[in-house]
Write a new protein. Structure first.
Length: 284
């Protein structure tokens, strides 16, 4: 009889050990074992409510992070259960998925907040959303990605003249590049009459430009515009290195990365905030 009882107890112990039911954790009295068990059940069943039953906050956060990484959609309640970079990344993904810029504003990192706002602004074609970006250069880059879209969508070159740059020459160059993009996208050369220089107008009409001819232009702004246009439309990254300012160099590499879908070109950009935006546009 005693042998039978021992065998029965061993049999029950074995049953408990191999229990795979979602409720198998509740008989555990040790808090750390129970938390580990709930984490495992949550992962196995993709039941994020199990994370909320975990006592230790660090284990619970790991549980939420694990399930979000496995494809569970974010929501504001879940994001706020995380901390630090985990919370910021969760809010950023939620904002982008729902196109809700108010979620971006809850991000603590100004860098991630800027990227979040920029992504939504470009997707929605709303330069006003860029205004909330803290870093000036990132705010301007955000707007400059949208103005060409609006110009093409509305068939109005006035949006191109809103392009932002460090000085008048760079601004005219950026506006001309925007107008040329309109001509190509809309297949309408009548917009070429609105570019700022004669050589740019000829390029706009013919699609050809000799970089060597830029050196013959006496006007510094015209020469700068010529080199930028030649670099961007040659699709040759080495030509970007000859740009006279860091802003134009970064803009040149970013435009080529976007046009050629080559994110490696972003590594040549000096400003980290612009480099991150370059990686975004070159992979979409």
């Amino acid at each position: 009889m005693r042998k039978h009882l021992i065998f029965f107890l061993l049999f029950l112990t074995g049953c408990i050990f191999v229990d795979t039911s979602p409720n198998r954790c509740y008989h555990l009295w040790d808090p750390s074992q129970k938390d580990g068990c709930l984490l495992m059940v949550a992962s196995e069943t993709s039941n994020i409510s199990k994370c909320g039953e975990i006592n230790e906050s660090s284990v619970a956060e790991r549980c939420y992070t694990l399930l979000l990484g496995n494809g569970i959609p974010e929501n504001y309640s879940i994001c706020m259960k995380l901390s630090g970079a985990g919370m910021d990344e969760c809010l950023s993904r939620l904002a982008v998925r729902t196109n809700d810029s108010s979620m971006c504003m809850k991000i603590n990192s100004s860098y991630l907040m800027g990227n979040c706002l920029s992504g939504i602004a470009v997707t929605l074609g709303r330069p006003d959303i860029c205004e909330s970006i803290v870093l000036n250069v990132s705010r301007n880059t955000c707007k400059n990605r949208i103005y060409p879209q609006l110009a093409i969508k509305n068939k109005d070159a006035a949006f191109c003249r809103l392009m932002i740059a460090d000085d008048l020459g760079a601004q005219l160059t950026a506006a001309d590049a925007c107008i040329i993009s309109m001509v190509r996208e809309l297949n309408d050369t009548t917009y070429c009459n609105q570019v700022s220089t004669e050589f740019t107008r000829q390029f706009c009409l013919t699609g050809r430009i000799d970089p060597a001819s830029c050196d013959t232009i006496s006007d510094p702004q015209g020469r700068q515009a010529c080199r930028y246009i030649a670099a961007v439309y040659s699709k040759d990254p080495s030509t970007c290195a000859s740009m006279p300012s860091g802003t134009l160099k970064d803009a040149c590499y970013m435009q080529l990365a976007s046009d050629t879908k080559n994110p490696q070109l972003c590594s040549y950009i000096s400003l980290e905030s612009i480099k991150e935006q370059c990686l975004q546009v070159s992979q979409t």
